[in-house]
Ligand binder design. Structure first.
Ligand code: ZN
Length: 237
């Protein structure tokens, strides 16, 4: 009995096992760790970036952030409890204006603005619903409120689309290496719409995230032969 208790205590303290993938840059490897839903970590050159940390993710043993990005105020993106876990005294926090107003010490940037934090160049881009919302005439995400981000590290451009549909701004993006694309209903878009938008701006790699409940095989099939690699990670492990 004592052995079992000790083993259970040991297991609970083990670092979280999250799926990872990596990309080559001009300055070494950039590693992406899928934590949960829209929450992920990037590591490169000894620097750690967290995006939208959320308490539903397991942060045991996960390193704290040099830079934290927050896209929006919704609970799965702005979670002060999870933010406190990944934040250290020196963390820089960049957020959409509404989110920044709720976070001590955060820097607000708006759609279209850019900033530099250490080796990371950050550009805030629109994320919004064109048609889907909680009621007739309303949308879940209003244009200009939340930020998607283009994160550039050593020339590699990674696009976090945020909670969005396939907007004209997304479709017009250029030179994206890696795109994190949401696909869940009713808040963002279905996989077939996501694939259609991805084919318009042709990132090298498209990674579904924020997809709970969606059939990813629809996305994969739609991208087959398009020249865009669909890279599937389990964000709900
Ligand atoms: Zn969300």
């Amino acid at each position: 009995m004592r052995t079992i208790t000790v083993l259970l205590a040991f297991a609970a303290s083990l670092p979280a096992q999250h799926p990872t993938t990596s990309f080559k840059t001009a300055q070494g490897e950039l590693k992406l760790t899928a934590i949960r839903h829209a929450s992920f970590m990037l590591e490169a050159g000894g620097q750690v970036l967290h995006c939208d940390p959320w308490s539903q993710g397991n942060y045991t043993g996960v390193p704290q952030a040099d830079l934290i990005l927050i896209t929006d105020t919704h609970g799965d993106h702005l979670d002060l409890k999870a933010l406190a876990l990944v934040r250290k005294a020196s963390s820089i926090i960049i957020a959409s204006p509404d989110a920044a107003a709720k976070i001590e010490g955060a820097k607000a940037i708006r759609n279209g603005e850019t900033t530099q934090a250490g080796p990371w160049h950050i550009e805030a881009v629109p994320m919004y619903n064109i048609k889907r919302g909680p009621a007739e005439g309303k949308v879940f995400h209003v244009k200009g409120q939340g930020n998607g981000y283009i994160i550039t590290y050593a020339g590699l451009r990674l696009y976090n689309a945020g909670d969005t549909e396939g907007t004209p701004e997304m479709r017009a993006l250029k030179n994206i290496d890696v795109a994190l694309i949401p696909m869940n209903l009713p808040y963002t878009m279905p996989p077939e719409e996501a694939a259609d938008a991805v084919k318009a701006f042709k990132p090298k790699v498209a990674i579904p995230f924020h997809y709970r409940g969606a059939d990813l095989s629809v996305f994969e099939k739609a991208l087959a032969g398009s020249g865009v690699e669909a890279r599937i990670l389990d964000w709900y492990k």
